[in-house]
Ligand binder design. Structure first.
Ligand code: GLP
Length: 242
């Protein structure tokens, strides 16, 4: 098992600032950094802190490229529950990454097969320098649910009932939550040079403990990260049960 680094923050805000600082330093060191980005409530604070740091330093992002992990099938970018919308609201409306350098899977593509293949090929061409990850209660990363092959590339997925229920809080009713998504695969995520995993809140303590226990199994998608040489885990005290 690889030894990952755990940054033990006390509060959510502190965890968010620490994560933002890691990305900010990478952006400063390499003008053409390729960022892998995540959605969910966990990274919101980090995006907030990161956009403030970038704007205060007047950092040039004209050569930065981004790839998002996933998107719901059937929601277009104007839908306020889509991950396109989330990213625009939480990050891209606040900083100046050229629009043509922003890549998010198209959940309403006519040809889904082509969409996922081309996305994977583009990731291979550009290479991701630093990938941000949150985690689902069942240990999923992106939308790779338990049982997903460690060899998986960008693909179409069926969401589990647990994930649909967890994400229903963002929708008017559970029936509105899409049942399918497009997602980078686990092998796609592993291609990133560096990975930062954010785990916050008491409801994620079990998932955090599962990861930290070190057991590697396809039943726990996040456990694949033990096979990666450069993982930073950032937690707040609630996620550690302290
Ligand atoms: C969704 C996303 C994941 C995210 C997870 C947890 O399933 N596809 O990338 O990590 O939700 O989200 P939250 O941070 O809101 O708990």
């Amino acid at each position: 098992m690889t030894k990952f680094t755990e940054v033990k923050a006390s509060t959510y805000d502190e965890m968010s600032r620490e994560a933002a600082k890691i990305i900010f330093d990478d952006l400063k060191a390499k003008k053409d950094t390729v960022l892998g980005l995540a959605t969910g409530s966990t990274p919101e604070g980090m995006y907030d802190a990161l956009s403030t740091m970038i704007n205060e330093a007047d950092l040039d992002l004209s050569e930065v490229t981004t790839f998002n992990l996933d998107e719901y099938v059937g929601l277009d970018e104007d839908n306020d529950q889509s991950y396109h919308y989330f990213m625009d609201k939480n990050l891209f409306s606040k900083i100046d990454v050229p629009k043509e350098n922003i890549h998010i899977l198209n959940g309403v593509a006519d040809n889904i097969e082509k969409e996922v293949k081309e996305y994977e090929a583009l990731i291979d061409e550009k290479g991701i320098d630093i990938q941000v990850l949150g985690i689902g209660r069942n240990g999923h990363i992106a939308f790779n649910e338990p049982g997903t092959s460690f060899d998986s590339l960008t693909h179409r997925v069926q969401l589990t009932d647990e994930t649909i229920e967890d994400n229903a809080r963002f929708f008017e009713k559970k029936e509105d939550v899409p049942t399918e998504a497009l997602s980078m695969g686990l092998a796609t995520i592993m291609k990133a040079k560096k990975i930062i995993l954010l785990i916050s809140g008491a409801n994620k303590q079990e998932a955090r403990d599962l990861f930290v226990s070190g057991e590697v199994s396809e039943d726990v998608p996040v456990s694949i990260l033990h096979n990666h040489p450069n993982v930073i885990l950032l937690t707040d005290s609630e996620a550690r049960g302290e």
